[in-house]
Design a protein around this ligand. Structure first.
Ligand SMILES: *Cc1c(COP(=O)(O)O)cnc(C)c1O
Length: 396
């Protein structure tokens, strides 16, 4: 059985479900068409449920990517000269630092070695140190850093921020709907993502949910208004209108993607959030065992730091980035390195969304990686790696 189309196993864009693809693949509706209004309103309601947010939290959804969602959070919350702490775990946290500096914020960074993450105690210390210089406005952290495959636990960080009266913002671009996140229970203020990662859609949408506190920070702003296209004050009436099923216009939404999102979120919620997180966790654990059978070591330095949405894997000795091309030649697209410090030393395999519900996709991926390693002269135990996909690895 050969599939002529390569399997897309990078950390986004990813394989999407047939139902999502069908919803997307229609002639573009108007942004004021009744079915579009219904889908938009439904998306906002479903976002609150997927984000596990309070009824008072406000979802935003607009044409853009993860970077635009990061920027929307930054420009609405930070005024020039205000202080922010970034918990840095890789390439995307560094992008956040640069973004905040461009806004004129005073940014402090707490970072760990590549593959590691600062502990909550280190973050608390950094927050306290920054607080001695004056009030701190916000703490930013990346839930899963896609460049290192490092997973952070947002719960203690959101708690620390809350205690200190600081807003907490989590970049969930490679995590949302794939890793546990409890926005209301943990007291997080912004959780943002893009459509093409664990949400399981084509690229093109930026999504975030903002807490009441975050909205109040924008409302109480003293500096000039943020750039218009990202300003919550422009977008709030539009989102409220859609949720009340009224037509509205500020900037044209990506209408086909909105239709697809309503279906994608429905699929996620039909399984239930616990089941959705669990299927990612199980797939990740099985793959982790498979990679070990193939002699591959992970970039995250401890198992509990390894994301459930992607694997960042070091090339074995004697193997270089040509491995990625060998895997592609076998019909599976994986990604090369991204973190500048180790870029040529590792590769990345995405395992989120539709693919983690399709054992044959995971098997095809492991088979291709196993064969490519063999071709590169570093064979692992291919049969054992494939067998690992059939059984749940021992916990811990
Ligand atoms: C992919 C990614 C981004 C950037 O998203 P784009 O849609 O490419 O702009 C930001 N943060 C994280 C953690 C990501 O994985």
């Amino acid at each position: 059985m050969t599939d002529p189309r390569p399997l897309l196993m990078i950390p986004g864009p990813i394989e999407i479900s047939p139902a999502v693809q069908a919803a997307y693949s229609v002639p573009p509706p108007s942004h004021t068409a009744p079915d579009l209004i219904e889908a938009f309103g439904t998306c906002l309601e479903r976002m609150r449920r997927v984000w596990r947010a309070e009824a008072s939290a406000q979802p935003f959804l607009f044409a853009g990517g993860g970077t635009a969602a990061m920027e929307m959070a930054a420009v609405n919350l930070l005024e020039p000269g205000e202080r922010a702490l970034v918990v840095a775990t890789g390439y995307f946290s560094d992008r956040m630092v640069e973004m905040l500096r461009r806004l004129g914020a005073e940014v402090e960074v707490v970072r760990a070695a590549v593959g590691d993450a600062p502990s909550p105690a280190e973050v608390a210390e950094a927050l306290a140190a920054l607080g001695r210089r004056g009030p701190v406005k916000a703490l930013f952290a990346t839930h899963v850093d896609t460049s290192t495959g490092v997973l952070l636990d947002p719960e203690p960080l959101a708690g620390l921020a809350r205690e200190a009266g600081v807003l907490s913002v989590f970049d969930g671009v490679c995590a949302t709907a794939g890793e546990r996140f409890e926005m209301a229970e943990w007291g997080a203020d912004v959780y943002l993502t893009a459509s093409q990662k664990a949400l399981g859609l084509p690229p093109g949408l930026a999504l975030l949910v903002a807490s009441e506190r975050a909205l109040e920070a924008r409302a109480g702003r003293r500096a000039a208004a943020p750039p218009m296209a990202l300003d919550w004050h422009e977008w709030l009436p539009i989102h409220r209108a859609y949720e009340e099923r009224r037509p509205s216009y500020f900037s044209t939404p990506a209408t086909n993607l909105v239709l697809a999102l309503a279906v994608g979120l429905e699929e996620i919620l039909a399984a239930g959030m616990e089941a959705r997180w669990e299927v990612h966790r199980t797939a990740a654990e099985r793959l982790r065992t498979a990679w070990a059978e193939l002699g591959l070591k992970a970039v995250p330095v401890r198992p509990e730091l390894a994301a459930h949405t992607l694997s960042a894997l070091r090339f074995p000795e004697g193997v270089d980035a040509a491995l990625v091309g060998r895997i592609a030649a076998l019909g599976v697209v994986v990604a090369g390195g991204l973190h500048p410090a180790i870029k040529s030393e590792y590769f990345r395999v995405g395992h989120m969304g539709y693919a983690v519900t399709r054992p044959e996709m995971l098997a095809r991926t492991v088979r291709a990686v196993a064969r490519a390693l063999e071709d590169a002269g570093r064979p692992g135990d291919g049969p054992a790696a494939l067998a690992a996909l059939e059984t749940t690895a021992a916990a811990g």
